[in-house]
Design a protein around this ligand. Structure first.
Ligand SMILES: *Cc1c(COP(=O)(O)O)cnc(C)c1O
Length: 229
């Protein structure tokens, strides 16, 4: 979803995939929640929006809020139990990384989960994310340079287009990103999808902060695009 330019699966897509996996083929359903996990989309995990139950979830980034490196693979009880056994039994899942389960990183992850609960971070993402989305849509309506606003919670892709609605060249996206950075706003122009600016603000963002982001973004787009259009 993220590196493809913040593409939100269409309604029903994930439910259908989950049903196909479970009922028809018995295939395991694996969700990569490395970007979307831990509140980014307004729920703890993005798959919850679709009401499905994956067998395996890959997580990292938000697990420690990025303060220390940690990644994890979360498996259902049924899968986990399937690998329980002695080394001789041939069932044990013998896999280890040098720093796997590093105690300090794990402590940071637990502290992150505490903060999420104590400060009701999910509620904040829902409220401020909704406000940010509406403001981004207002910005889109006020300019011919934005083709699409995609995302959920506090994760958005802003597609830059020329006056004919055609995606701008990657360099233009990179120039807008640089202009925003010079003004103190980080929006990334993704490598192969540089006409889409990716906005990933902190989950503690407040309404004023969201307004400032949209103002700075609008100014950066104006500065770069009006000179090129
Ligand atoms: C960052 C990212 C990865 C890579 O995660 P690593 O922990 O660096 O292996 C995988 N998937 C998504 C969606 C990511 O955003």
């Amino acid at each position: 979803m993220a590196s493809g330019g913040i593409v939100v699966p269409s309604y029903g897509y994930l439910t259908d995939v989950a049903q196909l996996a479970k009922k028809r083929t018995g295939a395991l359903l694996v969700m990569d929640e490395v970007t979307t996990g831990f509140g980014r989309t307004g729920k703890m995990f993005a798959f919850e929006h679709a009401g499905i139950e994956p067998d395996i979830i890959a997580v990292s980034k938000g697990l420690t809020s990025g303060y220390l490196p940690l990644g994890a693979v979360i498996a259902s009880d049924a899968l986990y139990d399937g690998f329980l056994g002695s080394n001789q039994s041939g069932r044990a899942f013998s896999n280890a990384y040098t720093y796997g389960g590093h105690p300090v990183s794990c402590a940071v992850a637990l502290a992150t989960l505490d903060v999420m609960e104590e400060e009701a971070i999910l509620d904040n993402v829902g409220a401020v994310g909704g406000h940010l989305y509406r403001k981004l849509c207002d910005l889109k309506d006020s300019t011919s340079s934005i083709g699409d606003i995609r995302g959920m919670g506090l994760l958005y892709g802003i597609e830059l287009v020329d006056r004919n609605g055609v995606p701008v060249p990657g360099e233009t996206g990179k120039a807008v990103s640089a202009a925003a950075l010079a003004d103190g706003l980080i929006v990334r122009a993704l490598g192969s999808m540089s006409h889409v600016l990716v906005l990933v603000p902190p989950l503690i963002l407040d309404i004023q902060g969201a307004d400032r982001i949209v103002a700075k973004l609008g100014a950066a787009i104006d500065r770069v695009m009006t000179s090129r259009n």
